[in-house]
Ligand binder design. Structure first.
Ligand code: F6R
Length: 608
């Protein structure tokens, strides 16, 4: 949420900042801005309401400067407008600040600064930072000290980058709750919220920790703590390809990421299946077999699609390992003063590894002495680092705001965990072999589903004409139905509601009629007959039905059906969701939506 980028080096900063912001636009896209400064000072600022492309048009050709900072915004305090866009300046227009996060005591700081005569140019919480830094930037004070002293007044979360036209040889960045990564180039340095903005220029990166600051110059950087103690950081190498951040010939990132799933799943599985003992090897768990056997319960925490993937995971763990498992929205967890049990394994799920609510849930568990594993895509992210161990998805960067490949790869990672837990308990070698074979076959099965895209697109265009849709499923089909509804509403804005099929007659059946079609997830499992009865009840009320399952039901029960290849029944949720991703995508395209940047949303929700 909100993307920050900074550059200092021999080149013209503006084009590099604009390019970086374009790569970060998934984090927010209601306004954008850059500030640059030449070697001899003089601050230039452009900021606009709208997209990075609008900003690029507004930046004049002569916008020279070799140090600069940029920002793409997802509004929290104040409407999207030119004035509320970042960077924010101090009154003397010497200091420029970009900020990602929320300053919780902004009102109090604003009142204090206003009482001292400071005039504010925006409604944002972030602007106070520019004035606070200016208040500490006296004669002879290094910018890094002024920023450090200013941040001592701040309660809240921040990733910040600060430029001072009086000290144009440096940019200062700081992190507390919102990510900052430094990129080390050849006589040039970058900083950004995400490596996406850097990989075109360098693979050598340094992730700042919470409470850490860095002063960044063209020839290097220095990191230190809030109380000015130097810290030692080892650069790491990013292995994500530059091409991961292009649409790769697809019209949208969402389409690209849906189609990447066979390869992404292959990567999640790579090196983890053991054909000798018919189990999974998960090197990062940091738990031995004895510790894993002592686990009596599994609690899975995540938000949005990560939570729904966690629901599928809980089911896999119960089915394969016979350990009670339950998923819960991470955003609610800490507010109910949860009981943390020593023999419960907590698992945090996050694609970005940055989601504030999930991170806070992890911290709550650890504060109370619990053990947390992370199922995370982004290597080295805050959640990955806050956990005791975990499983990386290796799905590659997910750029589209709507999560697809991360959902599938998370479910695959849970299948591996369930297999591992199961095989040190009572899952038989024969069942272990069966699940291993099912997992290995997944990429090809996914390819078969993707080959049906044209037909799914036709159905999507027809179904998208309705104002709403009901999604139903039972047991293994239930997280799939929830995620299907979530995908449809977030990218197409068509209202979608998910219900367990068994619950329809307890209320929502009243909604069913010709105006509200139902998407029913009906795998060929022990609940098929019960599901078919529900379809009969829907059809009897004039409701149109689209099924997703292993065969097309009788024409009296479904108007349309999508057939997915069979897998092992426990793995059904991993495949059944994929046609629903395509359905949502093509509904959004048919309705002319901004597929990769749905209104009001942003990826990586780093605010509460
Ligand atoms: C939906 C979506 C969101 C995220 C949620 C958690 O398509 O993308 O619901 O799943 O915000 O994000 P991560 O997984 O990054 O913690």
């Amino acid at each position: 949420m909100c993307g920050i980028v900074a550059y200092i080096g021999p080149k013209d900063a503006a084009p590099l900042l604009l390019e970086g912001l374009q790569r970060l636009e998934y984090r927010g896209y209601d306004s954008a801005g850059i500030a640059v400064c030449g070697r001899t000072g003089g601050l230039r600022l452009r900021k606009v309401k709208g997209r990075v492309a609008d900003l690029a048009e507004a930046v004049p050709a002569r916008f020279k400067g070799t140090a600069g900072i940029g920002h793409t915004r997802w509004a929290t305090h104040g409407v999207p407008s030119d004035a509320n866009a970042h960077p924010h300046l101090d009154a003397a227009q010497r200091i420029a600040v970009v900020h990602n996060g929320i300053i919780e005591n902004a009102d109090e700081l604003r009142a204090r600064l206003a009482a001292d005569g400071t005039a504010f140019a925006s409604e944002t919480d972030s602007e106070v930072l520019a004035h606070l830094v200016a208040a500490h930037a006296g004669e002879g004070v290094a910018l890094e000290d002024a920023v450090r002293q200013a941040l001592a007044h701040v309660v809240g979360t921040y990733g910040v980058a600060v430029l001072d036209s009086a000290q144009p040889d440096r940019v200062v960045v700081a992190r507390n709750g919102s990510p900052i990564v430094l990129g080390i180039g050849e006589k040039e340095m970058f900083a950004a919220s995400d490596v996406a903005a850097l990989v075109r220029y360098t693979r050598q990166v340094v992730h700042l920790d919470d409470g850490e600051l860095a002063v960044v110059r063209a020839d290097g950087f220095r990191t230190f703590t809030e109380d000015a103690r130097a810290t030692a950081k080892e650069p790491s190498t990013v292995d994500w390809e530059v091409g991961s951040y292009d649409t790769g010939g697809h019209e949208h990132f969402l389409a690209k990421e849906i189609h990447e799933q066979p390869d992404a799943v292959e990567r999640t599985l790579r090196g983890r299946l053991d054909d000798r003992f018919h189990t999974a090897h998960l090197g990062g768990l940091n738990l031995d077999a004895r510790e894993l056997r002592a686990i009596r319960r599994v609690k899975i925490l995540g938000c949005g699609s990560a939570y729904y993937a966690g629901e599928a995971g809980a089911q896999l763990i119960e089915e394969l390992a016979r350990v009670p498992a339950h998923a819960e929205p991470a955003s609610e967890f800490r507010y109910r003063n949860p009981v943390i049990e020593a023999d419960t394994l907590y698992v945090a799920v996050s694609q970005s590894g940055e989601t504030y609510d999930t991170l806070a849930a992890v911290q709550e568990v650890r504060r109370k002495g619990g053990r947390v594993l992370g199922v995370v895509n982004t290597v080295g992210s805050a959640i990955a680092r806050a956990c005791d161990g975990g499983i990386y998805l290796h799905a590659g960067p997910e750029v589209s705001v709507a999560s697809t490949k991360a959902f599938t790869c998370t479910a695959v990672a849970f299948a591996l965990l369930a297999l591992h837990l199961g095989r040190i308990r009572d899952l038989s070698p024969a069942d272990g072999r069966r699940i291993c074979a099912g997992l290995k076959a997944l990429p090809d099965r996914i390819r078969e589903i993707l080959a049906q895209e044209e037909r799914i697109a036709q159905l999507a265009a027809a179904y998208a004409k309705h104002d709403g849709m009901m999604f139903v499923g039972r047991v293994r089909g239930w997280p799939v139905a929830r995620e299907g509804a979530q995908k449809l509403k977030e990218v197409s804005y068509v209202h979608a509601e998910a219900y367990p099929a068994s619950e329809l007659k307890h209320g929502p059946l009243a909604l069913i009629g010709p105006g509200l079609p139902t998407v029913a997830v009906v795998p060929d499992d022990e609940l098929l007959d019960k599901n078919l009865t529900t379809l009969g009840e829907i059809r009897a009320r004039g409701g149109r039905v689209l099924t997703v399952g292993h065969r097309a039901p009788d024409a009296r029960l479904a108007d349309d059906s999508l057939v997915v290849p069979r897998s092992e029944p426990e793995l059904d949720p991993l495949l059944l969701g994929i046609p629903l991703q395509l359905l949502a995508y093509h509904a959004a395209v048919a309705l002319g939506r901004d597929v990769d940047r749905p209104r009001n949303l942003a990826k990586s929700v780093t605010v509460e």
